[in-house]
Design a protein around this ligand. Structure first.
Ligand code: SAM
Length: 274
């Protein structure tokens, strides 16, 4: 369940956490490469804001090793605490978790960090520019800020499947009803400029095509992730959900050759003057 004052559009349940973990696998190489280009190396102290189920915390932990540390920050306290505990039990880097809403937090224990990182967070906040300013402030002089976010404009299939188009339409409507911009990733360099941080030192844009089976799974999981919000807005109901899922299942059973594109993942990093 979402907390009452929480404008997060996705569910907070085990199915949604599993979707986030599965999505992370698709972007594992892209994120690792960006972090390495940005200079993440053994011994550094990192902050991952909007850490969710902690797949990037795990990766940061591998990169910084036993002499380094990773602090996760998320408004979802139960998930973050469990994640940090599990990662800590695996050994290697030191792991911490700080429960906070980044839009309200003024400080975070351990700041400033060598590396401040956020993936798929800026899309979910009301004022991404204000959040970027905070992330910059929590980065030490000589440290680096790294952000990644989606541009959902490329979420589609060929040949077109009406269910995919409808799921994208519903997701977009739910996002926009909460004031979210589905092109946040595309706008990252401009957002950094608006925050007074300046043009990125490094940028990246990555795409992923997925199989029919993966696309069916991802589309169903995303739809379920926003289903309660969509229902509140009168954009979805259980019968419509069943109809869309049946259409996806029929496509999967029939097989065939499709192009399915995920949203594009944009990345940018900037080093603070020492
Ligand atoms: C789409 S998930 C991404 C999780 C993770 N960064 C990843 O890439 O797999 C967004 C995460 O940001 C968190 N979040 C959203 N709004 C937040 C806020 N205002 N303050 C802190 N965390 C927030 C959510 O709880 C969720 O865990």
């Amino acid at each position: 369940m979402n907390a009452p004052d929480d404008r997060y559009i996705l569910n907070r349940d085990s199915a949604e956490y599993q979707r986030l973990r599965s999505q992370s696998q698709l972007w594992e190489d892209v994120t690792r490469q960006l972090l390495q280009q940005a200079g993440v190396r053994p011994g550094l102290r990192c902050l991952d804001v909007g850490c969710g189920p902690g797949e990037v915390m795990r990766m940061l932990g591998e990169l910084v090793g036993p002499g380094g540390s990773v602090t996760g920050m998320d408004v979802d306290g139960p998930l973050g605490r469990k994640t940090a505990q599990q990662l800590g039990a695996d050994g290697g880097a030191e792991f911490h978790f700080h429960e906070a809403n980044v839009e309200q937090a003024e400080d975070v224990p351990g700041a400033p960090f060598d590396v401040t990182y956020a993936r798929l967070l800026l899309f979910h906040v009301g004022d991404p520019v204000a959040v970027l300013r905070k992330l910059w402030r929590w980065t030490r002089p000589g440290g680096v800020l790294v952000v990644q976010d989606y541009d959902l404009a490329t979420w589609e299939s060929w040949p077109p499947l009406p269910a995919v188009a409808e799921i994208r339409r519903v997701f977009t409507a739910v996002a926009e009803s909460a004031g979210r911009d589905i092109r946040t990733g595309f706008k990252l360099p401009w957002l950094l400029g608006q925050a007074g941080i300046g043009a990125p030192d490094g940028m990246d844009m990555a795409g992923r095509q997925v199989t029919l089976a993966e696309a069916v799974w991802q589309n169903k999981a995303v739809y379920d992730g926003v289903f309660p919000r969509a229902q509140q807005l009168g954009l979805a109901d259980p019968a419509e959900r069943q109809r869309l899922f049946d259409e996806l299942d029929s496509a999967a059973q029939a097989g065939g050759c499709y192009t399915f594109t995920m949203p594009l993942m944009f990345g940018a990093w900037k080093r603070r003057a020492a």
